[in-house]
Ligand binder design. Structure first.
Ligand code: SF4
Ligand code: SF4
Ligand code: SF4
Ligand code: FES
Length: 945
């Protein structure tokens, strides 16, 4: 594809309410009909008539400062700005006339007189809109010269690792300031000074790096000149072609335009047409893709007999036949079920589908699991029990229609930043926010945002608080009886109503458990239940608990009881962690479920695959990850294939994980890097980065997005090809020509995907499943006329305290989370300049707890739990309540999971990462540092090997 430029209509659409009338205007003789309130500029652009503009862009409300977009309107005096003038009925507009050209030329000349001449001469500035306008109006030089007072000797700010700010190029149009406010919601920029002295200022005169800026890059994209510019564009030159793809980090699934020059990626630009992100992105998606060409990537397969032997680089053929023969030998000696695999939620749907097929058809068992086991497995279980399907109910856009948002155990501005910005927009427009979280996350209070309630509960008491909310709903007569009667099971509702009304679920009784004052709970419950639209959003702070599944069902009960399900603006919305965790669950990564969440003991479902795959399938569920590890230690599970997961870092009780890995006869790891888990591997198979993959990811709103290859696989093979070759070498031939063929097989075997194909995705951009004959264009909102299971099912949710208790020896609770600049175990983000924001994991500790222990800010502290110890640097912070400490887990050296325990969700075995009893004490030991990563210069953008 040549360089794609998405059209810019100058001002945002005026959409919405059906009652909005249309108006018809004549623009340069062309009749245009638009919704009332549409600007003349937008109407003209829709008719293909371009009006020069500098301060307007269609992601921002009109500002009217540059005076370039002047038009003449019949019957009106003067020359109004078309960006700020709404279309009126029967208006007759002229956009080009000698008078208008003269005025525009004058304005342009003034701008040019204080603008670096480089933009007309340098390649890196070739996208400057001012230069383009100057060329259009025929200006090469300015009459005023450049001798007078100007800004041309102002200093460039190069502090941000990804972009520069050059004041000599700035025309003070304020697009950067407005996009930071209106879209990103960070309010990091202002135009300081007045008149001639007006200048863009980051957080009151600081450098961009030192300011509040979170490096989302929206201002860079919005800047019409090259004042804000990606460093990669300056270094590599302007891009020449585009490949449309999808971010490979979080579950928001932002659509990106990968822009290339020759074979090199020059930059990523979020797609305005992207359904999940509508033109926005965060620092990770926009800038942190250089890891794909990091020198640490292992591009050749390697084998070794024993994990104490050195690695030996081998050909693909040798690696695959070695792996196949050892897997087969293990099965011959220890039985069919002695081997299995783990799929990756970082991989495409196609790669996951093929890997689970390899396990079920070639290995001949159901020993397949995925990293969703350690994050959102309770979502799958809880929502399928209550609603009948294992997925969130809304699209992201739905939050714009929410009146009250209940945010439970999620920190969207760090974990799901683009959705976080969207949520902030809804809050600034008036939605009320209730945060239920032990930690005072940014959304509790940030510029122009103030949560109505922050229920700062004790870690581990989610079920108690959700029950207390339900109790208020029932006891104060806030149940939506009509909805319940029409849409839900009468029996299970009656049982739940009696259960939830019990005194032990009242806010008064649960206050002791949760620590949340009664009135706060009552106010929050009333807010949610009486809102025209109440929406629940949640994250791993809900699922990663011993009662994760119970809380999910408790929230589903709450939504059904209040009628907050089945339309836009409401629903239950899991903010899924990994880019394709939804997809990996959808496509058969669980040991008990075939693709499409059909149980392996379902004969009819199994027959579909048996016919297609010409293989008899095992009707018995296989092993979950924790069971695989236990069985490995016990010696009954001998061979494991791990696709793109670093369980030696990411899974709890690392000591146990490592013991299990060390006990395996054969461990095959497929990854970009030699990770912590690969230290125990006998076969290493190189993987592909998202820039090499050809397939799809499914995001948290069930949106299937295309991932298109920007380059050939650096290791020579797509990951699904490797799985096919391994299966074939084990005696079960598997072959596909391309990713599209795999999707065709998914569609042929999985009813919710029946209408999905690469061709349709290319045409539609993205599709939200279910997409089939009943919903050919996909399904943005689930359960509209009825639940997938028929009637909504209420489940009683008694609170059962976790076994993990504080004691005199372990008096604090450790809970974990993420930060914006890093991602999960950090394998990718640690290999980018994002390390400049977060170079080590630290322990946040309340001032009182710190003082009690003699801990000062920045001191090394030993964190000891019942299973292990690690050392981190302390950061004194009052975001956590007293008695609770917090850390991230982005660096292997920090060993956050050395201290987390084996406790897990009762239904799904999802680990209880969020509650670990610990002691924290000062230590003379230094926190461990990841020498290898610090020593290697981080890479800016894409550098070819
Ligand atoms: S990069 Fe984002 S956060 Fe930073 S100033 Fe620009 S718009 Fe604001
Ligand atoms: S930096 Fe760019 S967007 Fe911001 S005021 Fe200057 S020219 Fe406009
Ligand atoms: S919000 Fe998530 S999907 Fe979007 S750019 Fe950031 S990391 Fe990528
Ligand atoms: S584009 Fe209308 S005033 Fe700037």
């Amino acid at each position: 594809m040549t360089l794609l430029r998405e059209p810019d209509y100058g001002t945002p659409p005026r959409l919405g309410a059906a009652e909005v009338k249309s108006v018809t205007v004549q623009i340069d003789g062309v009749p245009v009909t638009v919704p009332a309130g549409t600007s003349v500029m937008r109407a003209a652009a829709l008719a293909g008539i371009e009006i020069p503009k500098l301060c307007a862009t269609d992601s921002l409300e009109p500002f009217g400062s540059c005076r370039l977009c002047l038009v003449e309107i019949e019957g009106r005096k003067g020359t109004p700005a078309s960006c700020t003038t709404p279309c009126g009925a029967d208006m007759i507009v002229t956009t080009h006339s000698p008078r208008l050209e003269r005025l525009r030329r004058g304005v342009t000349e003034l701008y040019l007189s204080d603008h670096s001449r480089e933009c007309q001469t340098s390649d890196a500035h070739s996208e400057c809109e001012l230069a383009a306008i100057a060329a259009t109006v025929g200006l090469r030089d300015v009459r005023y010269g450049f001798e007078g007072r100007n800004h041309l000797d102002a200093t460039k700010d190069e502090s941000n690792p990804y972009f520069t700010f050059d004041p000599t190029e700035c025309i003070a149009c304020s697009r950067c300031v407005r996009v930071c406010d209106e879209v990103q919601g960070t309010f990091a920029l202002t135009i300081a000074g007045r008149g001639f002295d007006s200048t863009v200022s980051a957080s009151a005169g600081e450098s961009f790096m030192a300011s509040e800026c979170v490096s989302c890059g929206a201002c860079v994209q919005a800047c019409p000149t090259s004042a804000l510019q990606e460093k990669t564009v300056i270094t590599l030159g302007p891009p020449e072609r585009t490949v449309l793809t999808t971010c490979a980090y979080c579950g928001v699934g932002c659509s990106l335009r990968a822009e290339l020059r020759g074979e090199e990626v020059v930059r990523m630009v979020p797609q305005k047409a992207g359904g999940a992100n509508e033109g926005h992105s965060c620092v990770k998606g926009r800038f942190a893709w250089g890891y794909a060409s990091h020198r640490d990537r292992q591009l050749s397969p390697m084998v070794r007999e024993s994990i104490t032997d050195p690695w030996r680089e081998v050909s693909w053929d040798e690696a695959i036949s070695y792996a196949a023969s050892r897997l087969s030998a293990i099965q011959a000696a220890h039985g069919v079920r002695s081997i299995g695999g783990i799929t990756s939620s970082r991989c495409t749907n196609e790669e996951v589908f093929v890997l689970q097929k390899m396990i079920r058809a070639a290995f001949g068992n159901n020993n397949v699991d995925t990293c969703a086991r350690v994050c959102h497995a309770p979502t799958g279980y809880g929502l399928s029990q209550t609603f009948g399907t294992s997925a969130g109910t809304q699209d992201f856009k739905s939050v714009e229609q929410a009146d009250v948002i209940l945010l439970i155990g999620a920190n969207p501005t760090d974990g799901h930043p683009v959705f976080g910005s969207r949520m902030k927009q809804a809050l600034r427009k008036g939605a009320a926010l209730v945060v239920i979280d032990p930690r005072r996350i940014d959304l509790v209070r940030s510029p122009h945002i103030e949560a109505a309630q922050h229920l700062q509960l004790h870690p581990g008491s989610n079920v108690a608080i959700v029950n207390a909310l339900g109790h208020v709903v029932v006891s104060e007569g806030l149940v939506d009886r009509a909805f319940v009667q029409q849409r839900c099971e009468a029996d299970s509702f009656a049982q739940w109503e009696a259960f939830i009304a019990r005194p032990e679920n009242s806010p008064e009784a649960t206050e002791q458990i949760t620590g949340v004052p009664v009135e706060q709970v009552r106010t929050a419950a009333r807010l949610y239940a009486t809102a025209p639209n109440g929406a629940i959003y949640y994250g791993l702070g809900v699922t990663e608990h011993s009662q994760g599944s119970t809380t999910v069902m408790g929230m589903a009960n709450l939504a059904m009881a209040t009628g907050n399900i089945g339309r836009v603006g409401v629903g239950i919305n899991p903010l899924r962690g990994q880019n394709n965790v939804q997809g990996s669950c959808d496509l058969g990564s669980f040991p008990h479920e075939l693709p499409g969440y059909r149980h392996v003991n379902n004969d009819a479902a199994r027959q579909i695959f048996e016919q297609k795959w010409a293989r008899t399938l095992d009707p018995e569920p296989g092993l979950r990850i924790p069971n695989m590890l236990d069985a490995a230690v016990a010696g009954t599970y001998r061979g494991l294939f791990i696709q793109g997961e670093d369980i030696a870092q990411s899974d709890p009780n690392v000591k146990h994980v490592k013991a299990a890995l060390a006990a395996l006869e054969l461990l095959i790891v497929q990854d970009l890097f030699l990770n912590e888990t690969a230290a125990f591997a006998h076969v290493f198979l190189p993987g592909t980065s998202f820039l090499e993959k050809d397939g799809t990811f499914t995001n948290a709103e069930r949106r299937i997005n295309r991932v298109r290859p920007v380059m050939e696989p650096k290791c020579g093979k797509q990951e699904w090809q490797v799985a096919c070759e391994l299966a074939t070498a084990m005696g079960y031939p598997m072959h596909y020509d391309d990713g599209g063929q795999i999707m065709d097989e998914i569609a042929a075997t999985t009813p919710t995907f029946a209408g999905v194909s690469f061709a349709k995705l290319d045409e539609a951009g993205s599709l939200q499943w279910p997409c089939n004959a009943a919903a050919p264009d996909g399904t943005p909102t689930m359960h509209v006329d009825g639940f997938v299971r028929g009637k909504g099912h209420f489940v009683d949710t008694p609170f059962v305290p976790t076994d993990e208790r504080t004691s005199r020896k372990f008096p604090l609770i450790l809970t974990t989370g993420r930060i914006l600049s890093q991602y999960n175990v950090g394998a990718q983000t640690r290999r980018t300049p994002n390390v400049q924001w977060h170079s080590e994991d630290v322990l946040e500790i309340h001032p009182h707890d710190a003082q009690e222990r003699g801990i000062v800010d920045g001191a090394a502290v030993a964190i000891t739990s019942r299973v292990g110890q690690t050392v981190l640097r302390a950061r004194i912070a009052d975001r956590m309540p007293q008695g609770v400490v917090y850390t991230t887990f982005h660096y292997p050296s920090s060993g956050a999971n050395i201290v987390t325990t084996d406790n897990s969700d009762w239904a799904t075995n999802c680990p209880e990462y969020k509650v670990t009893a610990v002691q924290v004490m000062p230590t003379s030991q230094a926190p461990a540092v990841d020498e290898s990563l610090v020593a290697v210069p981080v890479q800016l953008g894409m550098v070819q090997r």
